[in-house]
Design a protein around this ligand. Structure first.
Ligand code: 5RP
Length: 232
């Protein structure tokens, strides 16, 4: 099975978590995109849901599909968010932000009673960190923030590079007008502590470690779909 089919299988199974009348958070990325397509089809068939997108890309996709949208300003408490991930470990800790949307993704997930992650089994890891950890920072003083992030990760036993996404002349800019630092460590021995310490740094808006936020992961592989955590 190719990667696209595996992503689709996970997205299809995640539909089981939706109930009519729900307020849904819609994730970002190629796996979440498949889920949004499926929600769009269900909406055409009469499913009653209202959704909050986690990025401008997802907003545009959902709008084009005719999915009713709202905002967290209007609906600050959601029933369920379904989103992809760059890595998921056995404790349902995640690395997210490969698409640079983790700030909104985390806000929307935190506002949701449940977060379901959808992924193919290449995202499943025993230890987080092979995927570079994204850290969103404000542009003001970004070089100073980069140095603080570097010191903090070293103090937490993480070895590797911390580099701005894009180039210095043309940095990647998030939907929120911020920059991203990609922290390539290979492995993160204590993700919980690193998450806390990065959150303390001035200039850091949000990092891509999602700890204690995910209720279920729907993982698809060659042998079918496996659910870690709560069933639908
Ligand atoms: C975007 C994300 C995505 O969910 C993550 O990068 C996974 O994307 P994909 O499904 O394309 O592999 O966190 O910020």
């Amino acid at each position: 099975m190719d990667a696209d089919t595996l992503k689709l299988r996970a997205a299809e199974r995640a539909l089981d978590y939706i109930k009519p009348g729900m307020k849904l958070g819609l994730g970002t990325g190629s796996t979440a995109e498949k889920f949004v397509d499926l929600v769009g089809t269900r909406v055409v068939d009469g499913l009653d849901v209202v959704c909050v997108p986690t990025s401008e890309a997802t907003r545009a996709q959902a709008q084009a599909l005719g999915i009713p949208l709202t905002t967290l300003e209007n609906e600050p408490e959601l029933d369920l968010t379904v989103d992809g991930a760059d890595e998921v470990d056995e404790s349902l800790r995640l690395i997210k932000g490969g698409g640079g949307a983790h700030l909104r993704e985390k806000i929307v997930a935190a506002a949701s009673a449940r977060m379901v992650v959808i992924a193919d089994d290449t995202k499943r890891v025993s230890k987080l960190g092979a995927f570079p950890l994204p850290v969103e920072i404000v542009p003001f003083g970004w070089r100073a923030t980069l140095l603080m992030v570097r010191d903090t990760v070293v103090e937490n036993g993480c070895k590797g590079s911390v580099t701005p996404r894009g180039s210095e002349e043309d940095p990647f800019v998030t939907d929120n007008g911020n920059y991203i630092l990609d922290c390539a460590f290979g492995q993160i021995d204590n993700p919980d502590k690193l998450a806390e310490e990065l959150s303390r740094l001035p200039g850091v808006v949000e990092h891509g470690l999602f700890i204690g936020m995910t209720s279920s992961a729907v993982i698809s592989g060659e042998n079918g779909v496996e659910i870690i955590g709560a069933a639908p």
